[in-house]
Ligand binder design. Structure first.
Ligand SMILES: Cc1cc2nc3c(=O)[nH]c(=O)nc-3n(C[C@H](O)[C@H](O)[C@H](O)COP(=O)(O)O)c2cc1C
Length: 400
């Protein structure tokens, strides 16, 4: 959730300021871009040089860059830059200044200029934290919509013990991730995606399958997870690693995928079937490897369950169902017929006639046909961009 998020990290004059260096590192490790501003008092606890080196950006604690030349740092620009302004640690003094709107240092000027949400992680001695003034300031800030990352209890720098020490960098990063997730467009939406091929055994080493690489389903799972969805990816055998934050169940056969997909769809808001599930399996298979002379020259086939059709039959209320069709001809009519037959909200068609589309490639060229008659034709794009296009249309199908 922190990938490419712009975090403005404000550091104030608490002994916990040393933890902000680790926090900056942790946020960056999780993909965030971090810029640091400090109060003059914070620079007595940790040097701007440390944070500038860690983040790769200059650290500002003053309005003027160079007093002789009159160069100044634009607090308004910085205030507009962030997706979130995280003040960690936030001293009792800074919390009070936030309440009163004081603007006596650079950080406080950015605070008043910022349009993004401001979040504070207080750090102070237990009595300072318990003081009525601090508690009242925290209450006012919360009532203004400033989330407070509660301090933890334990040994304090003063030698006392109690609640007041700043939450650990990892806990703050987790908190921030969950917070971004809760604000994301697909927060609290559960999505089940099938991906890849299935392997239908003939004997212990041979199977019937197809050329599906699973890339489209994995790209969709990544994109949906980034938008805050709780994603369950049911994957046939592919050479891809699990996308971060996505629950992956690996299966071999259509029967296995069918059982898990039906169960997962019961509680899902959205079902997406990208898997190229084998239509048929061998009627009988051997649990040991067959020798050349034992292999039948004709294999009797038996129809596999149709996962997408079964999802369509079970679809209820506001559940959204998306199917994929891969055709070797133009395929529009067959895709539209599948859309209606399987009770889908929309279908994504890709034709192998179009160069760079279909199985195995990193690109795809799709058309989308919606149940309401709308259609969209897209250019050849990376599967990541295609996933974005699909999600954009998916968002229009969700209840507002
Ligand atoms: C060694 C030392 C540690 C301090 N630790 C804290 C602290 O953890 N929390 C706090 O609210 N103030 C703490 N203070 C007091 C603040 O530094 C002081 O109130 C300062 O004015 C805060 O300014 P600022 O909020 O603009 O950074 C500490 C002071 C010293 C000398």
């Amino acid at each position: 959730m922190l990938h490419q998020k712009k975090i403005l990290l404000g550091i104030t004059g608490s002994i916990a300021a040393y933890k902000s260096a680790l926090l900056a590192r942790e946020l960056q490790r999780r993909g965030a871009e971090v810029r640091v501003i400090m109060t003059p008092s914070a620079t007595e606890f940790i040097t701007p040089l440390t944070l500038a080196t860690l983040t790769g950006h200059p650290v500002h604690s003053d309005f003027t860059e160079n007093k002789d030349s009159g160069e100044w740092t634009n607090h308004v620009e910085l205030g507009l830059w962030g997706d979130a302004f995280l003040i960690a640690p936030a001293t009792a003094q800074t919390l009070s200044a936030m309440v009163s709107g004081t603007c006596d240092n650079f950080l406080m000027a950015v605070h008043l200029s910022s349009r993004c949400p401001v979040i504070a992680a207080p750090a102070m001695d237990l009595d300072m934290f318990q003081h009525e003034a601090t508690q009242s300031n925290l209450k006012i800030l919360k009532s203004r919509g400033v989330p407070i990352i509660e301090p933890e209890s334990g040994a304090l720098a003063s030698g006392l013990e109690g609640k007041g020490r700043m939450a650990e960098p990892e806990s703050i990063a987790n908190w921030l991730e969950n917070w971004f997730r809760s604000k994301a467009p697909l927060a609290e939406k559960k999505v089940v995606i099938t991906a890849g091929p299935t392997h239908e055994p003939i004997d212990a080493v041979r199977f019937i399958s197809n050329r599906s690489s699973g890339k489209m389903g994995y790209a969709l799972a990544t994109e949906l997870n980034a938008l805050g969805a709780d994603v369950h990816l049911i994957s046939g055998p592919v050479q891809l690693s699990a996308p971060a934050g996505v629950q992956v169940t690996r299966v071999e056969t259509a029967i296995e995928m069918h059982t898990i997909a039906l169960k997962s769809f019961e509680t899902a808001d959205i079902g997406i079937a990208t898997a190229a599930v084998a239509d048929y399996r061998a009627k009988s298979s051997s649990s040991v490897k067959l020798h050349r002379d034992e292999i039948p020259t004709a294999i009797q086939l038996q129809e596999n369950p149709d996962i997408l059709a079964d999802w369509g039959k079970r679809k209820r209320g506001t559940q959204v169902l998306i199917g994929f069709a891969l055709e070797t001809d133009e395929g529009v009519e067959s895709a539209k017929s599948k859309l209606a037959r399987k009770n889908l909200d929309f279908i994504v068609l890709n034709s192998t006639q179009n160069e760079g589309a279909g199985f195995g490639t990193d690109t795809n060229q799709i058309s989308i046909f919606e149940q309401n008659g709308k259609s969209h034709i897209f250019d050849l794009k990376s599967k990541k961009e295609v996933a974005r296009d699909i999600v954009t249309i998916l968002l229009t199908h969700l209840p507002q």
